[in-house]
Design a protein around this ligand. Structure first.
Ligand code: FAD
Length: 443
């Protein structure tokens, strides 16, 4: 069977790999001039670094399993330090143990000085979806949301606690029930006191090297610069119109996996799965920018980096001290920092030239950790439409889209818009989509 995959991000490439592994002929069509989507490596001041995603969740099996399956196990590296801080109230303060911002150690929290206190009020959780902000405010107080939950959610979704869905984006909080603080504290007290297993994994050379390795392992055919513009039925199969403006060609396939972000998927599905198209068209995306700073000298920096509560009104949303966090970066002998900027609904903050973006980031970094030597090089990576916003009700939205597509023989969807934005969740979603596609075709 010949399958066309639309989009060569980690979702599309995982789907291609899985289809090829099961003996199918795969053609991947990518609109931009490179593969990888939000995964990208680049050279900044002579150091190869990730300019997009930099780690995968190691606590679930799919991403690390895929890395193993394509023979990259030897390049897996866990963070050298995970001691993160919160830059608030005039200092970078040690982040105490939390479950997505809900305190799990009240003594460590008090010692951190991040909040004045926690307002513990067990409250029944309603059946209907609600925002993470509403859930935590009612049960732990607003300060916990503003200074702990917001910065942690901002790091993953670039979103706002009062918009983000508890059920779609924070099931680990929902699992804490009516008394999240009490449950988090009890779970931590009962936890195995031995060294914890690593939560995240990176790849020596960058997670951004994963897409090329995955494509090579799959043996799938790839066409870049080949935006898919139309998808329609062709007998039992499919007809796609794809290519650059003025060079659009017709491609036929027995089945199609659409692995593009929600806005592009909505356009492609408008005729063939209108309910899915309508649902996907309603998903908003946050844009972010990553500023990488390379300094020739060694600079002593605290831990893996810091998060910033939005209530503090800083420009920088988070900073990672990459040369502390990843030995493969630290081995360069240089100091490498990366700062992220931009949250949902705040794209105007990003509408400044690169030079100004860098200057504002450097000013924030200097205020947070002290004066820094003049960088040898800096780099700005802008990610427009970076992260889908899983707002209240998102599970229904994703379910509507998947069910609408499931009614169409030989068609599937996957990607960060559906069942989790992290790489591990996206890999899992792509593998599930291939299983559904093949099952639907009786394969
Ligand atoms: C800055 C940043 C840092 C992140 N860090 C992490 C991290 O450390 N760990 C983690 O787990 N997750 C991280 N994430 C999230 C994760 O990287 C993404 O959610 C995931 O990579 C998305 O994969 P995807 O394949 O669904 O989409 P994408 O990567 O967006 O890929 C979709 C592809 O489809 C192509 N396309 C779009 N329309 C068409 C069309 N009509 N025809 C053909 N091609 C089309 C696009 O060009 C793109 O290449 C990060 C995200 C960002 C933005």
């Amino acid at each position: 069977m010949r399958v066309a995959v639309v989009g060569a991000g980690i979702a599309g490439l995982t789907a291609a790999h899985e289809l090829a592994r099961q003996g199918h002929e795969v053609l991947v069509l990518e609109g931009s001039d490179r593969i990888g989507g939000k995964l990208l490596v680049g050279d900044v001041g002579g150091v190869q670094v990730d300019l997009g995603a930099e780690s995968v969740l190691a606590r679930r099996p799919e991403a690390v399993g895929l890395i193993d399956a394509i023979g990259l196990h030897d390049r897996v590296q866990h963070p050298a330090t995970t001691a993160a801080g919160v830059w608030t109230r005039g200092a970078v303060r040690a982040l105490p143990p939390t479950v997505l911002g809900v305190p799990a150690d009240l003594e460590a929290l008090a010692a951190s000085g991040i909040v004045d206190g926690v307002d513990v009020r067990p409250t029944p959780v309603p059946d209907a979806d609600l925002s993470v902000g509403e859930y935590v405010t009612a049960r732990a107080g607003r300060e916990v949301v503003d200074r702990l939950v917001e910065p942690l959610l901002g790091g993953v979704y670039a979103g706002h606690a009062d918009d983000i869905s508890l059920r779609a984006a924070a099931p680990q909080l929902l699992a804490l029930g009516d008394d999240p603080v009490g449950s988090a504290v009890a779970a931590r007290a009962a936890a195995d006191p031995g060294p914890p297993s690593p939560v995240f994994a990176g790849l020596v050379g960058g997670v951004g090297t994963l897409p090329a390795a995955l494509l090579a392992a799959s043996g799938a055919e790839i066409r870049t610069g080949c935006t898919v513009r139309l998808l329609e039925r062709d007998g039992d199969g499919w007809r796609l119109l794809a290519g650059a403006v003025g060079a659009v060609e017709e491609i036929t396939a027995d089945a199609v996996v659409v692995a593009a972000p929600a806005p592009a998927s909505a356009r492609l599905l408008a005729e063939v799965a209108p309910d899915a198209a309508f649902a996907l068209a309603g998903i908003d995306y946050a844009s972010v920018a990553l500023v990488t700073v390379v300094i020739d000298d060694h600079v002593e920096l605290p831990g893996s980096g810091f998060l910033v509560p939005p209530v503090d009104g800083r420009f920088v949303k988070a900073a990672t001290f990459s040369s502390n966090k990843w030995s493969w970066v630290g081995d360069s002998g240089r100091t490498v920092l990366r700062a992220s900027v931009g949250r949902a609904g705040e794209s105007t903050a990003l509408q400044v030239p690169d030079g100004e973006l860098v200057a504002r980031v450097l000013a924030d970094l200097a205020e947070a950790v002290g004066p820094l030597p003049t960088p040898a090089d800096t780099h700005v990576q802008r990610w427009g439409g970076a992260l889908p916003q899983y707002v209240v009700g998102h599970l229904d939205t994703a379910d509507t889209a998947r069910r609408s597509v499931a009614e169409v023989r030989g068609l599937e969807v996957c990607g960060a818009a559906y069942g989790g934005v992290g790489i591990a969740a996206v890999v899992a979603g792509a593998q599930d989509a291939v299983s559904r596609l093949l099952a639907g075709l009786g394969d």
